[in-house]
Design a protein around this ligand. Structure first.
Ligand code: 26Q
Length: 820
């Protein structure tokens, strides 16, 4: 690798000419970007090879994180940062008249995920590599990532995200490592005399799974792990050819489309399960290809197949990859010749499962017929797993057929993927304390009673390298200067900041950093929506997927309430506030789309009203994603974490805000509870019903939204305004959906019920923000306590308690600094 600036410049020009046959002056922006990316990739590749050699030599146990989503974002800048060559490259480029920022901005980002679950997978890969742990990702190389959101006249419109239009510099196609995945067909039973029967899969549709490997470098430690993403292709000369020779041209071509459709597009729903056959195909496709390649690689090492469970763990990110259980059974039995009992013992020592939701509408179930027709051999195996499990249940619970039915994997005509995952995994974890408790006490109570030892908690975390060091360089250098230690490998050191809580000079420096970040965001807002916002105002931010349970409506109604107060009393003294909201709605989720329209209408009304717009502004930012998130968290004063208690499994943006010094206004839900406990009640604005109260209402009733609305003048006014009073230009029933959810459906998410408590907490925020020094102290305490919400800690616990992995540092050739 180049070490000096001069060397860099020389290699850059050489690379440019070898790749494009061009001199610098003729090169396009795309050429310049690809040239730089390729140079970096060459360096990473060397380390990648070394990492793999070292894993091979040490025969270390490896974990494979199976996920249908990896929300990675961009690579160029973080790779430069991780290799510690950012400054050299920036200066070298600048001397050649190239602005590194332009190249960074020209990279399309890998948006292969919906939200929290997908981003968690990306943070986990980062922490695995940065802690030199042998852990890799396995997923799908979608041609189209999550749709791009446009706001047109206040409405969300979806556009395709064609992120692979240009060449992807960070992937390597490995056609020689392709696997065949079989769909449909029939199973023939072949019995030779005494031996147990063999099963032969015939008349199936073969699909070729081609892996594309992406390097996942650790932070300045020489480790490079692998993210393997699978792409679906037709099997050439085989299936195709036979159709062609029969003159069946049309069928052959349309078959090609049907096959390629498997890895075409990421499903954009994030919490509402829909029964779509293509989704099941996606699941089996990548699980089968991934497991085949793991077993093949293992055997290439000449290791004993009977000891597979000593060498690998497979982690499934929610139930989406739960077919890993029967597919591993199939490979071990049908391909490796193991008997049922041994295969089952191994499978249940290899697979571990994380649950990310307790909402019943998000639990995956597949109709029996759909499953059987698409995956006949897998169906047989699931039926056998189910039969054996039910036999155990009948023994344990004689005379309780109802309990057996509820706990079974197959019942009511469907396959229950969560039950399959619990039965087939050796570990089942929730993603925050309260969520894990809820799994055990309600959603999965009976399964928990039967398998108490499997259940555990692993509170989520986020990588502070991306969300603090990369996103907020100003804050991160101030922190490491103050603490006298770099934070990259030891986020827990942030706690030492507590000793500086009353340091006024530091408080002032922190304020200046925040102020600069707010100016940067204000400039972006000006460009994006043409609204001028005041960087001295309170930046009050809610960014996440739009969903009824996340209650963007509560936030919006409070904004409207503030507006009403300002209109009623033109001299009202409130802290000037900029309310920033962003997030995508699932394309078929009409309620959520209606919320977006409502927020945009509020923005037009309020931002255009000179009587209030010196004190209140509302901004909806279109197309929220990783890039925008990196701009937003560093600039936030107030973090909105206002889900209905019990609904948000963990939340992870709460952690990203916190480590950037935002103070939370939040319900006692998910990881908010742990954040509140860590910072203390003086540094958090709690409000709303507790989990216990919400569950009691659901169980016993006793809440009437209509009665509450009628008795509270603020609420009845808000509802009249929603019914059209406020928006004369719009059809009267524009927000009918929202009104109905509140009144006709009795406010399932307790928006009206929590309104008073929320407004009171917001008034406390208003008062607190006036005392600059006191607010600064709250912000500092939040930063100081954020170390335990680093994914390094979370991954450390997964590694020691679930996977039994130990770090496996890669021996260094060139000296690279490793801290810790
Ligand atoms: C399922 C079937 C068919 C189509 C789509 C889906 C699907 C896709 C994505 C279902 C769920 C998701 C994503 C869920 C998710 O992001 N959950 C969030 O996970 C975070 C990480 O653990 C938590 O912090 C959040 O609380 C949780 O909502």
């Amino acid at each position: 690798m180049f070490v000096t600036k001069a060397e860099f410049k020389r290699s850059y020009k050489r690379k440019m000419s070898s790749m494009f046959g061009k001199a610098l002056e003729e090169a396009s922006l795309a050429d310049k970007y690809i040239t730089l990316a390729s140079m970096i990739r060459d360096t990473i590749n060397e380390r990648w090879v070394r990492t793999n050699e070292s894993y091979l030599e040490q025969e270390t146990r490896q974990v494979y994180y199976f996920s249908l989503e990896f929300l990675l974002g961009r690579f160029l800048e973080s790779n430069l940062l991780y290799l510690d060559i950012c400054d050299t490259v920036r200066q070298g480029l600048s001397e050649m008249g190239i602005d590194l920022e332009d190249l960074i901005e020209s990279e399309p980002d890998a948006g292969l995920g919906n939200g929290g679950l997908g981003r968690l997978a990306a943070c986990f890969l980062d922490s695995l590599a940065s802690q030199a742990l042998p852990g890799h990702g396995c997923g799908i190389r979608y041609k189209y990532g999550l749709f791009a959101q446009k706001i047109i006249d206040g409405y969300q419109v979806e556009l395709p995200d064609n992120w692979l239009r240009e060449t992807n510099a960070w992937e390597i196609r490995k056609p020689d490592k392709a696997a065949i995945v079989k769909f449909g067909g029939r199973i023939k039973t072949v019995s030779d005399e005494k031996k147990s029967p063999r099963f032969e899969h015939v008349d199936y549709l073969p699909v070729k799974a081609v892996p594309y490997d992406m390097p996942i470098p650790g932070y300045r430690n020489g480790t490079v792990n692998t993210l393997r993403l699978w792409s679906a292709e037709v099997v050439d000369n085989e299936f195709d050819f036979s159709s062609f020779s029969r003159g069946d041209y049309i069928n052959a071509v349309s078959n090609r489309y049907a096959v390629e459709a498997i890895s075409e597009v990421l499903y954009p729903d994030d919490s509402n399960y829909k029964n779509r056959q293509l989704r099941l195909k996606q699941q089996y496709f990548f699980v089968s290809a991934g497991l085949q390649s793991i077993v093949r690689r293992y055997k290439k090492k000449k290791l004993d197949i009977h000891r597979l469970a000593d060498h690998i763990a497979v982690h499934i990110n929610d139930t989406h990859p739960a077919l890993a259980v029967p597919e591993l059974m199939r490979i071990l039995m049908d391909e490796e010749g193991l008997g049922w009992d041994e295969a089952w013992r191994m499978t249940t020592r290899i697979v571990a499962y994380t649950n990310h939701t307790i909402m019943p509408e998000a639990l995956e179930t597949w109709p029996y017929e759909v499953f059987r027709d698409l995956l006949p051999r897998i169906m047989m195996i699931v039926e056998e797993i189910n039969a054996r499990f039910c036999a155990r249940l009948q023994k344990a619970y004689p005379g309780e057929p109802e309990r057996v039915r509820r706990m079974a994997i197959i019942s009511d005509g469907v396959i229950k993927m969560a039950n399959l995952a619990v039965v087939g995994a050796f570990s089942v974890n929730g993603v925050a304390e309260v969520h894990s408790q809820l799994l055990q006490n309600s959603v999965m109570r009976e399964l928990y009673e039967f398998f108490p030892k499997k259940f555990n908690n692993k509170t989520n975390g986020v990588t502070h390298r991306r969300w603090l060091i990369k996103a907020n360089p100003g804050l991160s250098s101030l922190l490491s200067e103050t603490l006298g230690t770099p934070l990259a490998h030891q986020p827990e050191k942030l706690a030492d900041l507590m000793a500086h809580a009353d340091d006024k000079a530091l408080g002032e420096q922190l304020r200046l950093v925040k102020r600069a970040n707010k100016e940067r965001l204000a400039a972006f807002i000006q460009r994006a929506v043409g609204v001028t916002v005041d960087p001295d105002s309170l930046f009050d931010v809610q960014v996440k997927r739009i969903h009824a349970y996340k209650r963007q409506l509560l936030n919006a109604l409070h904004v409207l309430h503030l507006y009403n107060q300002l209109r009623d009393d033109p001299d009202l003294d409130i802290v000037p506030r900029t309310v920033i909201i962003a997030g995508k709605a699932a394309p078929s989720y009409y309620y959520a789309k209606n919320i977006i329209k409502f927020i945009n209408e509020l923005a037009v009304l309020i931002n255009g009203d000179p009587r209030v717009n010196d004190r209140l502004k509302v901004v909806f930012l279109e197309n929220y994603g990783i890039q925008m998130a990196e701009l937003i968290f560093p600039a936030a004063d107030l973090s909105e974490q206002i889900s209905t208690a019990s609904k948000e499994a963990s939340g992870t943006s709460n952690m990203k805000f916190m480590m950037n010094g935002a103070v939370t206004i939040g319900t006692d839900d998910g990881a908010n509870i742990e954040i509140r406990a860590a910072v203390g009640d003086d540094n958090f604005f709690p409000f709303g019903l507790s989990v216990g109260e919400v569950l009691r209402y659901y169980r016993e009733g006793g809440y009437s939204a209509a009665a509450l609305a009628a008795s509270d003048q603020r609420l009845s006014r808000l509802i009249r305004q929603l019914q059209g009073e406020l928006f004369p230009r719009l059809p009267q029933d524009e927000f009918h959906n929202i009104v109905r959810s509140l009144l006709d459906y009795n406010d399932e998410f307790f928006v009206l019920r929590d309104f008073g408590s929320y407004a009171a907490a917001q008034a406390r925020v208003d008062a607190a923000f006036r005392d600059r020094a006191a607010w600064q102290r709250m912000s500092l305490v939040n930063i100081a306590q954020s170390g335990r919400f680093s994914s390094d800690r979370t991954i450390g616990l997964y590694a020691s308690e679930i996977w039994k992995l130990t770090p496996c540092p890669v021996p260094q050739r060139s000296p690279v600094l490793i801290q810790k």
